[in-house]
Design a protein around this ligand. Structure first.
Ligand code: SF4
Ligand code: SF4
Length: 220
């Protein structure tokens, strides 16, 4: 049951900041923001922060705003690119870019690229990186793909019971630690890159950014 933004929206973007799955978007010149019904997880955070009460759960939407359900869905049908998965060649280039940056900084890391479902596309461990970094990098990338956000944003929630049970249900793969970033094609998350091996999460994040520069440079 997704939430829906109506024409009452004043475009201030407050809801975008709180959405845990980054499913609220607009385009330049559009009259309002829109919620992707295929991604919304029904958490109601956007409804809580909206200063003008423009957001409703689809089953509770007032009759005069019923059309907004289709307006929101149509926005994403029109604007979502026919995004394909990250190719192996691109994933490999991303990993090499992360390694190159790590080497420059005197680090040894593993970088992993996964698809939108968290499945591995490529994992590369530098010769002197600790063996355990391979699993850590993959787990971080898996987590960023699953939650549609950089794992650094999840770190403050890591001690919550919700996260501990999620970690168990995902066989230990959920890792809310900085060092993984989603790969976004237009409005679509097509995967994630994760890095482990730096002495601080910030260093892993910089390696991720080096990897993402590959796709920002030539698309995929
Ligand atoms: S209900 Fe939650 S997941 Fe859905 S759009 Fe609002 S903030 Fe995002
Ligand atoms: S918080 Fe409300 S007014 Fe602001 S962008 Fe979101 S829906 Fe529009």
């Amino acid at each position: 049951m997704p939430y829906v933004i109506t024409s009452l929206c004043t475009n201030d973007g407050a809801c975008v900041e709180v959405c845990p799955v980054a499913c609220i978007h607009t385009t330049p010149g559009a009259p309002q923001f829109y919620i992707d019904p295929e991604v919304c997880i029904d958490c109601e955070q956007c409804e809580i922060v909206c200063p003008v009460d423009a957001i409703f759960k689809d089953i509770d939407i007032p009759a005069e705003h019923q059309a907004a359900i289709e307006v929101n869905a149509a926005f994403f049908r029109k604007n979502k690119a026919a995004a394909g998965p990250v190719s192996f060649e691109t994933a490999w280039q991303m990993i090499r870019a992360a390694h190159d940056y790590a080497q420059l900084m005197g680090m040894a890391v593993t970088a992993a690229v996964v698809d939108e479902a968290g499945g591995p596309i490529a994992v590369g461990r530098m010769d002197t990186a600790e063996p355990m970094t391979a699993e850590l990098a993959f787990n971080k990338a898996y987590t960023a793909a699953a939650f549609h956000v950089a794992t650094a944003e999840l770190a403050p929630q890591a001690r919550q019971a919700r996260f501990r049970s999620l970690t168990m249900s995902h066989r230990g793969r959920i890792m809310p630690v900085g060092g993984a970033i989603p790969i976004i094609d237009g409005m679509t998350i097509v995967g994630a890159v994760g890095v482990a091996g730096g002495s601080r999460p910030e260093q892993d994040i910089l390696c991720c950014r080096a990897a993402l520069a590959v796709i920002e440079g030539h698309g995929h």
